[in-house]
Design a protein around this ligand. Structure first.
Ligand code: ADP
Length: 424
């Protein structure tokens, strides 16, 4: 099926592209906001430390550059060089005030490192409103050996705190993403609907075509039979009665197919399971198709497994499956040479129908099992059909918990393989 709605396909492509771009831009901005919040956090900590230096007179020089006194061994830890060691409680109290003054509301562990002992001489925990746990974290603060004394500030929940600061951005991105998902699904739904419309239109066209010709032939023949002079021409009478009978059985066949499809449309396909020999069933299918095989001068080779070919399945449906596959192999091969084989592989019983026909391009191989799907090359149908046969075959095989696979190369031929579990 060549989708005629090129414009819609183009629209789908453009919308996918737009959605991808919007998501990428959104992610880029979220990352930018994160970096900005991180920088803001760092600046606020530096300002708080500066406040500490001033309030507690921790450095002896006056013209100092705060950047030179602060070291950040990792993102969560700040080391601030000091010349005099403060009292841990007043340090805790002042730092707590400074942090809140500069809008830092995440919990913090505080320690004083003494250069003489090369260890922490006091540790405290500052509980701020956005603290993520009520009790202090008992894990030890990492010690960084330095030749000077320093105050260490450790923010165990810095990452989460920054993410929390970005709440508005994350929520708005989430809403945008949801809106995009809604938009994409509507476009996809529209596309699918259009596709269904087109396939259905194709079906109706095919259907009309398949029924119109036999009906007009029947009409003409019936008109001829109604002529009074026909009584004197028994040959003509028989010929036209024969045509009517032939065309009627053709129509009957087509109607039967449509009914089968309507039947397989039921949710729980009723199966009448029985044990039978699949090799014998294939022989029966070939027998039923004998007129077609002779008419199209088909060469058929068969290779039946000499192990057991007993399967448990719905015999009537299975026969139709085989007829459909063989008919397709004939229909889509200009000079049909068909190989049918059965074999056992692991716990499966397999049936293979191989032809030397026109083959099916990769892009169509999955879709041929869809309802109404027909491969149309340049809108020319090589053979008549409704695009229902393989859909029926797949539904039946699925209902038996089996599998059907296709391998095909355009111009070389196709192989359809049915795999059935030996025991159902
Ligand atoms: P129909 O034959 O009525 O079109 P099917 O459902 O049986 O419908 O097949 C769907 C499509 O798959 C066909 O239109 C045809 O293009 C392709 N196809 C099926 N069997 C073969 C085959 N053996 N070789 C090449 N093409 C095939």
């Amino acid at each position: 099926m060549v989708i005629r709605s090129k414009a819609l396909r183009f629209l789908l492509l453009i919308s996918t592209l737009v959605v991808v771009i919007i998501i990428a831009v959104q992610l880029f901005w979220l990352q930018k906001v994160y970096l900005f919040e991180e920088k803001q956090f760092s600046t606020n900590i530096s300002k708080s430390i500066k406040g500490l230096y001033e309030d507690l007179n921790l450095v002896s020089v006056h013209n100092y550059s705060i950047e030179k006194l602060i070291e950040t061994p990792n993102n969560d830890l700040y080391i601030a060089k000091v010349d005099s060691l403060p009292n841990i409680d007043s340090l805790r109290h002042t730092l707590s005030n400074e942090l809140t003054d500069f809008g830092v509301f995440t919990d913090c562990k505080l320690a004083i490192f003494n250069k003489k002992t090369q260890s922490y001489i006091g540790e405290k925990y500052i509980d701020l409103p956005d603290t993520y746990q009520s009790t202090s974290d008992n894990s030890d603060m990492p010690v960084f050996k330095r030749s000077y004394s320093y105050i260490a500030l450790f923010f165990p929940h810095r990452g989460q705190y920054i993410i929390k600061q970005m709440f508005f951005w994350i929520v708005s991105s989430g809403i945008l993403l949801l809106a995009l998902i809604g938009f994409s699904s509507s476009v996809f739904y529209l596309y699918r609907q259009k596709f269904l419309n087109e396939t259905q239109k194709d079906f109706v066209n095919n259907f009309t075509h398949e029924f119109k010709t036999p009906l007009s032939v029947i009409k003409i023949s019936a008109d001829v039979l109604q002529q009074p002079s026909i009584i004197d021409k028994p040959d003509k009478f028989n010929k036209y009665a024969g045509i009517i009978s032939e065309q009627t059985s053709y129509l009957q066949q087509q109607v039967q197919r449509l009914l089968e499809i309507a039947f397989t449309d039921q949710r729980n396909l009723p199966l009448v399971l029985e044990n039978f020999d699949a090799n014998e069933l294939i022989k029966q299918a070939l027998n039923d198709l004998q007129p077609l095989i002779e008419e199209k001068k088909v060469t058929i080779t068969t290779s039946y497994t000499n192990q057991s070919a007993m399967i448990r399945a719905d015999k009537t449906h299975f026969l139709l499956v085989m007829i459909n596959l063989i008919e397709n192999a004939v229909k889509y091969s200009p000079a049909p040479v068909i190989e049918i084989s059965t074999y056992n592989k692991e716990s499966n019983f397999c049936i293979r129908v191989k032809d030397n026909g026109m083959g099916i391009a990769k892009m169509h191989q999955k879709k041929i099992f869809e309802r109404f799907y027909r491969v149309t090359e340049g809108n020319l149908h090589p053979a008549k059909g409704f695009g229902l046969g393989l859909n029926f075959v797949k539904k039946i095989i699925d209902a038996h918990l089996g599998k059907i696979e296709v391998e095909s190369e355009p111009g070389k031929g196709s192989t359809f393989t049915i795999k059935m579990f030996k025991k159902l």
